[in-house]
Design a binder for this molecule. Structure first.
Ligand SMILES: [Zn+2]
Length: 265
């Protein structure tokens, strides 16, 4: 993965579309195809975890601020724009560089025509999971929760049979033009990435619910469940969350089997 970051930095005439217009370590803004972007940022966070290369974390934190405060919907969805051109232009007018399902300019977040591919929501979760692991900061767990419960869950119908590919924030009955993708959940999507990615990520939610450090247990996500685990020093811990979250806000945490020494929850 480190080699891949270095290779992409050698691209001479890259574009915003693939996040290779400038070397990764110089980037401070999210640009281009949001699925590729979020997966790239997740991969870069993995490389930081292995290497401790501070220049990677510096870029990730700057991009995270740009995404979180300027380019993300209230649902955790990203990649607002269907199509366009790299907003800062290209070298030649005859070869305008396209962007597609792309991060736009700050606050360029249309509701009715939002692209917001479902896989970009999964990508945001994957990226923030890694940011949480390498920094221990709650802001990243908050985004995991936001995207899981507001962005990802709504991509699938309650009966589990229909899926959104794009995730607009609102819908009007008639548009004066036709969009490329359905504005409704569909049982079959020819771009077949989203349905399996969504169900896989929902099935994996238990892996995101808790973290363990030397200090104790961290509850990242609320939801009814039972935890049977070991703290970092090997002492067993068993607890139960009783709640109807996210439909109800009340959460009871019942500690059932705890270590003899003090620990934090
Ligand atoms: Zn997809």
């Amino acid at each position: 993965a480190k080699g891949l970051i270095d290779i992409r930095d050698l691209v001479k005439e890259g574009s915003d579309h693939n996040q290779d217009r400038i070397p990764f370590r110089l980037q401070t803004q999210a640009a281009g195809h949001a699925v590729r972007a979020n997966y790239l940022y997740a991969g870069v966070a993995d490389v930081y975890a292995e290497t401790g290369d501070a220049s990677l974390l510096r870029a990730l934190k700057a991009i995270w601020n740009d995404v979180t405060y300027r380019k993300m919907y209230i649902t955790g969805a990203t990649g607002a724009l269907y199509d366009g051109a790299s907003p800062d232009g290209s070298r030649s007018h005859s070869s305008i560089q396209l962007v597609h399902q792309a991060y736009g300019r700050p606050y360029q977040l249309p509701n009715i025509t939002a692209y917001n591919e479902s896989c970009a929501i999964t990508g945001l979760i994957l990226w923030n999971w890694r940011m949480l692991a390498i920094t221990g900061q709650a802001r990243y767990a908050d985004l995991i929760e936001l995207a899981y419960y507001n962005g990802l869950l709504s991509t699938i119908s309650l009966d589990g049979k229909k899926f959104f590919y794009t995730n607009p924030l609102g819908r009007v009955d008639e548009l004066p033009f036709e969009l490329r993708w359905s504005r409704w959940r569909e049982p079959y999507i020819s771009c077949f990435c989203c349905p399996p990615n969504t169900v896989r990520t929902i099935a994996e939610i238990t892996a995101y619910a808790y973290s363990i450090s030397d200090e104790g247990l961290w509850i990242n996500l609320y939801g009814g469940n039972e935890l049977n685990t070991y703290l970092a020093d090997g002492s067993p811990l068993r607890l139960k969350q009783q709640t109807d979250y996210p439909w109800e806000g009340m959460i009871n945490i019942i500690l059932e089997d705890t270590p003899q020494k003090e620990f934090s929850v």
